[in-house]
Write a protein that binds this ligand. Structure first.
Ligand code: NAI
Ligand code: MG
Length: 491
């Protein structure tokens, strides 16, 4: 047989013979302000010191944002306290629900604008902001609106009581969605809120503030302050905050846990992860490959529950790797505002540096790097989708959260070995299992130390489904009835 020269159907469909035409999402209908302040006691207020928030895909400045110092945080906490005592804790749940339903509907009404701003400010593909972040944020408000007047049924036989002022600090990977995860259950349970968005992605929270104002939410029920870690620390350490909720790095989570110890403040932490996506030899492989891709390249891998470790059964490793490498080379990396983009911009230069450093460590420690030869934009923060093979459990890339589009592949022979390897991290947030056998799915799931376990799928979220971790991934659950527990005293 001579060398094959014909073009296969696969090449025709997925090769570089076909190019995607640009499909840019327009941003003409969005007008950003030059400067954003804080939202305190129902009003937009500015403070003197500012920082710039940029578009990580272009490195262009989008707006100036004010920094809240301790005095500003104190004003926000006082507003939240007053709103709690005088209005929100006294309001019947059925009335609180009306505000939450209204907010949910207004998020839907402004969904196109919010999706565009989320993508401009944070770098995630527009198809994800549009189809995941914004609809899920609305869904959280709808879901918890439904609980607001049913708290006594949520925990039958128990007495439930709101906590007071909730201080919340959120990260940059799902800016609007994390705001919704934090604010919706807090308000449904009758608490008031002081929240700080992440410094690289403050803009959609400011749209949310406009929605709160327009929805007529009583002043002080939600207060949004902008700034860096020091502003977050001022919220966490404020004496009159009753509950602290944090999502972010494990390092900062530990600082917060120490700061809160002994204060009587209730605490929930959603921290990092190093999720294992386990592929058994009886799995539907094409679906599994899609699940691997979604697990690690969704939102550039800036996902705490990302399937950043692939555990593949040894006898199918070659086949899976061949399929995976091929699929990797079809990913479209680049302009997040293009509707066809699969992998957008890395959120910040700092995060790009962290990813670059860990990938270099992977190579230095002897793992084998594979990257597709896709072109990257000249400006902005971009990183090629990356897969490492020949990874051993002791490598840094198998242990540390990279929080980028980088997958570490390990193999296993038996289900027992898969479980041991999957559990061999300081984290315990999420795992995926792929197998045709239901009994195997359930048995392995029972042995995994992770808060969220997906069977034959990955990265599926629903407001009714609790989410949270074990070990260094934190504690407390968000979503579902369990998510109310973080914001209630149950006796
Ligand atoms: P970070 O934990 O510093 O930032 C998260 C939020 O905490 C931001 O709003 C920040 O302003 C605030 N913050 C920082 N220091 C604080 C303090 N002492 N007290 C109160 N609030 C504080 O995360 P960063 O530096 O942006 O990312 C570093 C790494 O953390 C990433 O590479 C990733 O591995 C991990 N990370 C994990 C997240 C997750 O959801 N699991 C989210 C963000 C980061
Ligand atoms: Mg930004």
């Amino acid at each position: 047989m001579g060398k094959k020269t014909t073009t296969s159907i696969r090449d025709l469909l997925f090769g570089d013979l076909w190019e995607y035409a640009p499909a840019p999402q327009s941003s003409d209908f969005v007008t950003l302000k030059e400067r954003y302040g804080h939202f305190i006691n129902g009003e937009f207020v500015e403070t003197e010191e500012t920082f710039d928030t940029i578009n990580p895909a272009t490195e262009e400045k989008l707006a100036e944002v004010c920094i809240a110092d301790e005095a500003t945080v104190d004003t926000a906490v006082k507003a939240a306290r007053k709103a709690y005592e005088k209005v929100w804790s006294k309001m019947p749940g059925s009335e609180r629900a009306k505000y939450l339903y209204r907010i949910a509907r207004m998020i839907q009404e402004r969904s196109r604008e919010i999706a565009v701003v989320e993508t401009l400010d944070g770098g995630k593909p527009i198809k994800e902001s549009r189809d995941v972040d914004v609809p899920l944020a609305a869904a959280h408000f709808f879901y918890y609106a439904g609980w607001a007047d049913k708290l006594n049924y949520a925990f039958p036989g128990a007495q439930v009581k709101s906590l007071g002022v909730a201080g919340q600090v959120i990260p940059w990977n799902f800016p609007l969605l994390m705001a919704a995860w934090k604010i919706a259950p807090a308000l449904a349970a009758g608490n008031t809120v002081v929240i700080k968005p992440a410094e690289t992605t403050p803009l959609t929270a400011m749209i949310l503030a406009e929605i709160f104002q327009e929805a007529g939410l009583p002043p002080g029920v939600v207060n949004i302050v902008n700034g860096f870690g020091a502003t977050g620390a001022a919220i966490v350490n404020h004496d009159d905050v009753n509950k602290v909720a944090f999502t972010g790095s494990t390092g900062v989570g530990k600082i917060i846990q120490r700061a809160v110890a002994g204060t009587g403040k209730k605490l929930t932490l959603e921290l990092g992860g190093k999720g294992a996506n386990i592929i058994f030899d009886d799995a539907p492989l094409d679906q599994a490959v899609e699940g691997i891709i979604n697990g690690i390249f969704f939102n550039q891998g800036h996902v705490c529950c990302a399937g950043s470790r692939l555990l593949v059964q040894e006898n199918i490793a070659d086949e899976v790797m061949a399929k995976l490498k091929h699929r990797l080379s079809t990913l479209r990396v680049g302009d997040p505002m293009d509707k066809n983009t699969d992998v957008g911009a890395i959120n910040s230069r700092e995060q790009l540096d962290r990813i670059t450093e860990l990938v270099a460590a992977g190579e230095a420690e002897g793992a084998v790097k594979f990257q597709p030869s896709c072109p990257l934009p000249e400006k902005g923060f971009f990183f090629r989708p990356t897969v490492f093979t020949e990874v051993t459990p002791s490598h840094r890339i198998a242990q540390e959260e990279i929080f980028g589009p980088v997958l570490s592949v390990l193999t296993f022979r038996t289900p027992e070995e898969a479980v041991v390897k999957a559990n061999n991290t300081p984290y315990g947030l999420a795992c995926g299992i792929w197998s045709d056998k239901g009994s195997k799915l359930f048995e392995v799931a029972g042995a995994l130390k992770a808060g969220v376990i997906w069977g034959n799928t990955y990265n599926k979220f629903d407001p009714s489904s609790p989410f949270g971790g074990y070990k260094e991934s934190g504690f407390g659950r968000e979503g579902g009835v369990q998510g109310l527990l973080a914001y209630l005293e149950v006796r």
